[in-house]
Design a protein around this ligand. Structure first.
Ligand code: GRF
Length: 192
């Protein structure tokens, strides 16, 4: 059977992308075929190089809004897109090209603390300010609205009384590293 070919879109350090590359390195059904990044020098390029996965820098919003990305994905026979810390808004044209075939990971228990401006440390700061006792991760399909697609997995962790945004971020990141790849695998192979 032909493997399912994934493209990872990332903007930053790419610690999640790195875990995905390791998890799927010798997988018999799923392979990571491409990395797309919008930031020159982002850490994700180093991870892609080590894993020998082609990585492409597309810096301009127009690359995503025109068919530049769409064509590239077709050329590379990409079946599925994983957003792993990708900070540009995905245009509708790309969502239409990959209906129900694009997932994102968000560092909170959506629908709480999602939406525009809610990324990185801003999320954890908002969680603490709201006095939440639990936070966590949400892995969801991508539709035309920020952080609103169908949830495929959600895992929680406690918020501790002495947490700073940074200590909470670390605890949430551990969940991401543990659960993102298996959730994608489950969705792709078992539809959930
Ligand atoms: C993660 O916290 C993810 O939830 C969010 O962006 C961050 C990416 O981190 N969407 P990294 O680049 O994978 O380390």
């Amino acid at each position: 059977m032909k493997p399912i070919r994934l493209a990872i879109f990332a903007s930053g350090s790419g610690s999640n992308a790195q875990r995905l590359m390791a998890y799927f390195a010798n997988h018999n059904r799923i392979s990571i075929a491409l990395v797309v990044c919008n930031k020159a020098g982002a850490g994700v390029f180093d991870h892609a190089k080590k894993a020998q996965i082609p990585a492409v820098l597309l810096q301009n919003r127009s690359d995503y809004e025109s068919n530049v990305v769409g064509e590239l994905l077709r050329e590379k026979s990409i079946d599925f897109i994983v957003l792993a810390g990708f900070l540009l808004k995905i245009p509708d044209s790309l969502i239409e090209q990959f209906p129900e075939k694009m997932v994102n990971i968000h560092p909170s228990l959506l629908p709480k603390f999602g939406g525009k401006g809610m990324y990185g440390i801003h999320v954890h700061r908002a969680v603490l300010e709201a006095g939440e006792t639990r936070s966590g991760i949400t892995i969801h399909l991508v539709n035309g609205h920020y952080d609103e697609g169908r949830v495929i997995d959600q895992v929680s962790c406690p918020v501790l009384p002495n947490d700073s945004p940074e200590t909470l971020a670390l605890r949430v990141q551990q969940l991401e590293h543990l659960h993102f790849a298996p959730a994608i695998e489950n969705y792709l192979l078992h539809g959930r």
